[in-house]
Design a protein. Structure first.
Length: 228
């Protein structure tokens, strides 16, 4: 899976992608992440990538030209790719594991557009429909019901959740945990933890070695938590 991230702050991604599972996935070529800065391609003579909204209103909007020209440049280089383009948007469809796994199964390349300021000129979405080859897909996606200052954190969350779905990115143990993601109550050593005077004890069943019972206990806990 190749992620193409369009952002005016490309270095924001470096530290997160430079550690742990994602760094290993990049090193082993299971995933690839390329960043593109619209400032490098803007036709504005002062190098601007934002402007005032027509009709008035607070703040600035990201202009369409540098973003659309960046997309054009990206898709020109890979003729056989299957493109998913994601515009990060607080009011977009909610990111989920299901969305991530369907995207990974269906597409080879994901372009994520990180908004800043008060958002992005609406003609980016309209222009994408003109530019993208048949079989591509465009979504506006939110990572939660709140407003962040920019699309870079959402892009990193999306890369993370989708990469976990790419075969070989997670090790065997972590993959197992993925299928058990619903185990809500987990414990590790020591079996008895003293907090001030109070003993906090690991449930006996988890120390029993009886995996059938352990699974039943976990399922019971999760049902309770979900109110089933
Ligand atoms: N005025 C915009 C609105 O109310 O929808 C908010 C713009 S926000 C300050 C700037 C950018 O951050 C957005 O264009 C989007 O790219 C990104 N963003 C903020 N919150 C987000 C969220 N919850 N999910 C996805 N992207 C988000």
């Amino acid at each position: 899976m190749h992620f193409h991230i369009i952002t005016i702050f490309p270095s924001m991604l470096d530290s997160y992608l430079g550690e742990s599972i994602l760094a290993r996935a990049i090193a082993s070529k299971k995933i690839k992440v390329t960043t593109y800065n619209p400032r490098d391609i803007t036709k504005d003579k002062h190098g601007k990538v934002d402007d005032r909204p027509y009709g008035g209103g607070p703040g600035m909007l990201m202009t369409a030209q540098p973003i659309l020209d960046t997309v054009k440049k990206i898709i020109r280089k890979k003729k056989t790719a299957k493109w998913k383009v994601i515009i990060t948007l607080p009011g977009g469809k909610m990111l989920s594991n299901v969305y991530a796994s369907q995207t990974v199964k269906k597409y080879t390349d994901v372009i994520i557009i990180c908004g800043r300021y008060e958002g992005i000129d609406a003609r980016v979405k309209k222009g994408l429909k003109v530019l993208l080859p048949k079989g591509s897909s465009i979504d506006e996606v939110s990572i939660g019901d709140y407003v962040l200052t920019g699309g870079e954190l959402p892009a990193m969350v999306m890369i993370d959740v989708m990469s976990r779905q790419v075969v070989g990115v997670l090790g065997k143990i972590e993959s197992l945990e993925e299928s058990r993601a619903s185990s809500s109550e987990m414990y590790t050593r020591p079996p008895v933890l003293l907090v001030d005077q109070k003993k906090l004890i690991v449930p006996k069943v988890l120390l029993s070695g009886d995996h059938k019972k352990i699974d039943e206990w976990r399922e019971g806990k999760d049902k309770k938590k979900l109110g089933k």
